[in-house]
Design a protein around this ligand. Structure first.
Ligand SMILES: [Zn+2]
Length: 83
């Protein structure tokens, strides 16, 4: 399945949000940049990331913020130790 937006397609909102948290953990995006929400696409009826506000409420949750922070620190050290 392909979409005219060229974006990666997620089958469900849950999957897309999961991936959103994951990608924000692995890339150390500054606040309010990078993908911050997901939306249902009218073209492929799948789900995509968007960087357009509003930010998804899950990113405001303290437990999620903690997870993103600790994961991105781990990813930082992983990169640093590899080179
Ligand atoms: Zn699409």
């Amino acid at each position: 399945m392909k979409c005219s937006t060229g974006k990666r397609i997620y089958d469900s909102e849950v999957q897309a949000v999961d991936a959103l948290v994951d990608i924000r953990s692995r890339n150390n995006y500054p606040p309010n940049s990078g993908p911050i929400n997901v939306y249902k696409c009218e073209d492929c009826s799948g789900w995509h990331f968007t960087s357009r506000p509003p930010q998804h409420e899950i990113l405001d949750r303290p437990d999620i913020q903690k997870k993103i922070q600790s994961d991105s620190e781990a990813a930082y050290w992983e990169r640093k130790l590899r080179f």
